[in-house]
Write a protein that binds this ligand. Structure first.
Ligand code: UD1
Length: 427
């Protein structure tokens, strides 16, 4: 497996541009299955997960053409209702094919999806919501088959505001008979943007971005062109990188409105965050960072995807920070790497405490999931000496050109195959 080598103690300066959002691109690709007309998605990031999603929809017969950062999708040739296990298994977002395939063709066979190993990640809410719309499910060996003669709108209450379940039900409902109301819906910007594309395609949706979304079914949808907004998690990761190892880093193509919980916590820690003009933010760390507590929550709470990078920042703060994870049950796997680098941490169930102010030392550490990998890169930026982060494909799932972007800011990050190295010893 490829590794990333990060030289520590490099100060980041200059400008970085944030790419289009991964978590918006993936449902937009799924949504393009809802029409026979071409759909064009612009500012698509070049990422492993996007590549896998493209392969999945190609396998079921969709025409997929990529030009620069635009994706041209043509579902008029779709002739299969399932993709291979080896592909589906790689990304959790593959479950998003379920709603559109059912809405368009009345059937789908989906292997239970994979993705980051950050918890059990069940699909019961997708299942329950679609069942309420008249879908019949049967379980096979590692897959589910779903079918419906006719999708009917219904009143669906989600036990938890799941992003994926909200998206799946919303897509299915666009072509269902009658009105669907999703209560306790996810309010994430990803849901709002998906509703944006669906509306451009002719769907009738109101309330996206609130707890209650209403979708009035229509008989067909048409093609559309839609631009993906900047990735709020990539932007947040760079804001934290700038706080941990930067000197006035300027981050461009950012929607600060989506980053309020992170901005509030960075400011509480003493970091200066200034939006000099719309979409451009300068992040300047203080001479001494304060420890602050965070608790992850569905949007607009603190995003679970920024919890691992934020925990790296807290290793450098004065005092003890407590990080409570409420969204996923296994999202502290990066902590082993931080501890190997010298961080003083202790875990108590879903709560991580970090006594900051400890010097970190370069070491060989293992990336175990996408955002955990980013956390290790950030820690490595301030560590003494060189860090080797193994299994770096996790990072490539969700960050476009991260090594290049860090190097352009003055970092020293390179890829290489694993081999013996000497690392600084933690005294
Ligand atoms: C999406 C994001 C992911 C982010 C997460 C939460 C994409 C491609 N991924 O994932 O980066 O971390 O939102 O902001 O957009 N759950 C159930 N049953 C279900 C569905 C979910 O119990 O049927 C649970 C999950 O196990 C998890 C929680 O709900 O504990 C949140 O999951 P969900 O909001 O569905 O996240 P994803 O859509 O998978």
């Amino acid at each position: 497996m490829e590794s990333l080598i990060v030289e520590g103690k490099r100060t980041l300066r200059g400008r970085v541009r944030i790419s289009g959002s991964k978590n918006i691109t993936l449902p937009l690709i799924a949504a393009s299955l809802l029409t026979d007309d071409p759909v064009v998605v612009e500012d698509v990031p070049c990422l492993l997960d996007v590549g896998i999603m493209k392969e999945i929809v190609s396998e079921i017969g969709m025409g997929v053409r990529c030009q620069k950062h635009s994706l041209y999708l043509d579902a008029s040739t779709v002739n299969r209702f399932s993709a291979s296990h080896s592909l589906i298994n790689q990304i959790r977002a593959s479950i998003l094919l379920l709603g559109p395939l059912l809405a368009r063709f009345g059937r789908a066979k989906i292997y239970l999806p994979g993705g980051c190993s950050i918890g059990s990640r069940p699909v019961d809410l997708h299942w329950k919501g679609l069942s309420a719309m008249g879908v019949t499910f049967s379980l096979g060996n590692g897959y589910m088959e779903a079918s419906s003669d006719r999708l009917r709108g219904n009143h669906i209450y989600l036990d938890f505001p799941s992003v994926g379940a909200t998206e799946n039900i919303m897509m299915a409902a666009t072509l269902a008979e009658g009105e669907t109301i999703i209560e306790n819906a996810a309010r994430e910007p990803e849901v709002v943007e998906l509703a944006g594309l669906l509306t451009a395609m002719g769907a009738i949706i109101s309330g996206a971005g609130t707890y209650t979304i209403s979708i009035k079914g229509v008989s067909s949808l048409k093609g559309a062109r839609y631009r993906v907004i900047p990735d709020r998690i990539e932007a947040g990761t760079f804001m934290i990188a700038a706080a941990i190892a930067g000197e006035g880093v300027i981050i461009e193509n950012v929607l600060m409105n989506h980053l309020k919980p992170l901005t509030a916590k960075l400011e509480e820690a003493g970091v200066k965050v200034v939006e000099s003009k719309p979409g451009t933010v300068t992040v300047t760390p203080p001479t001494s960072l304060n420890a602050v507590d965070i608790k992850t929550m569905p949007y607009p709470g603190f995003p679970t995807d920024l919890q691992p990078p934020f925990s790296s920042l807290m290793t450098q703060a004065r005092g003890v920070a407590t990080i409570s994870e409420t969204v996923f049950e296994n999202r502290f796997r990066h902590v082993e790497g931080l501890t190997r680098m010298g961080a003083d941490t202790w875990l108590n169930g879903q709560s991580l405490s970090i006594r900051g102010g400890k010097k970190l030392w370069g070491n060989r550490v293992q990336a175990t999931d996408l955002r955990g990998a980013a956390a290790l890169v950030l820690a490595a930026l301030v560590a003494e000496g060189k860090t080797e982060i193994q299994d770096i494909h996790h990072l490539e799932r969700g960050y476009e050109d991260l090594p290049l972007k860090l190097n352009n800011l003055g970092g020293e990050v390179s890829r290489k195959m694993p081999q013996q190295e000497h690392y600084a010893q933690i005294p």
